[in-house]
Design a protein around this ligand. Structure first.
Ligand code: AMP
Length: 280
């Protein structure tokens, strides 16, 4: 079932909740792949009713970014989401979420939204936290499912939950990869075959970093250097950042001691890809 308006979705979910059923939410921008489906399957295991939102959120794109070009295929998404366990797909139009006079944003302050992806995408996270907050208010889920693929996003949302005392449980699910190692992403569709092959350097360099850390390397600078050198050998790759931060508070660390995020963003042609590992 697809619902494209807020009120009917609320009525449907309120009916479920009144009978004591637990509701899980999986927010997505659609063009679903196995990464998204892993979140939906997990949500189905842990909840009675699963709502999947499919909304390409304009406020998290800067004017020079790919909002218009972002791939969309609601019929295919509806079929895939339903097969994976979604009870309802919420697919609102932009005007439903942002009526013409809408002017309120939810923004997580401090450094954590300014570092990593926040440097090249300064308005991105306030768009994310605004729309996720709307979805939480509309769906009122018990549990919400996010991917480690967007590790900074998950950390920022967890911070918003704590700061705003939202009683919602967040589940962060592992990164799903192609057999080649490439992290699945709706944006992989933009890549030419040559770029797709070149992009394998991302997961390869992160795996090599993980091996070095497992062998005892503790220097963030050395790890970042090692990854940067490996990626720089790939002529098609243009590095945005390679960084080592504590997780989930996202503070730059010199030594890899506690839970640490090793994250990168790299452009291949006009496509910007992100990937990461979390060292426990
Ligand atoms: P998106 O549609 O890109 O906004 O992603 C929706 C959700 O799916 C986010 O929580 C992402 O982190 C998650 N996700 C995207 N790609 C993957 C992946 N390869 N593995 C696991 N989760 C993913």
């Amino acid at each position: 079932m697809i619902i494209d308006k807020i009120e009917p979705l609320r009525e449907y979910l309120n009916g479920k909740r009144r009978t004591g059923l637990r509701v899980g939410l999986v927010p997505t921008m659609g063009y679903l792949h196995e990464g998204h489906l892993s979140l939906i399957r997990r949500a189905k295991k842990e909840n009675n009713v699963v709502a999947v939102s499919i909304f390409v959120n304009p406020t998290q794109f800067a004017p020079n970014e790919d909002f218009e070009a972002y791939p969309r295929d609601i019929a295919r998404d509806h079929a895939l989401a339903t097969e994976a366990g979604a009870d309802v797909v919420f697919h609102p139009g932009v005007a439903e979420m942002y009526p013409p006079n809408s002017s309120t944003f939810v923004e997580v302050g401090g450094e954590m939204t300014k570092v990593l992806c926040g440097t090249s995408r300064p308005t991105h996270f306030r768009g994310v936290t605004t729309v996720v907050n709307m979805l939480f208010n509309i769906v009122n889920p018990d549990n919400a499912y996010f991917g480690q693929k967007d590790a900074q996003q998950a950390a920022v949302i967890e911070k918003m939950l704590r700061d705003l005392h939202l009683g919602i449980n967040i589940v962060v699910c592992p990164i799903v990869r192609e057999t080649s190692g490439l992290a699945m992403s709706s944006r992989n569709k933009y890549l030419s075959e040559a770029e797709k092959t070149a992009a394998l350097v991302l997961s390869r360099s992160l795996a090599a970093a993980k091996r070095a850390i497992d062998k005892g390397q503790r220097s963030s600078a050395e790890i970042a250097k090692m990854i940067t050198e490996q990626i720089s050998k790939e002529p098609m790759a243009k590095i945005d950042y390679v960084s080592v931060y504590s997780y989930p508070d996202l503070v730059a660390v010199e030594k890899i001691e506690a839970r640490t995020l090793v994250a990168l963003a790299v452009r291949f042609g006009k496509t910007r890809l992100i990937d990461n590992i979390i060292i426990e």
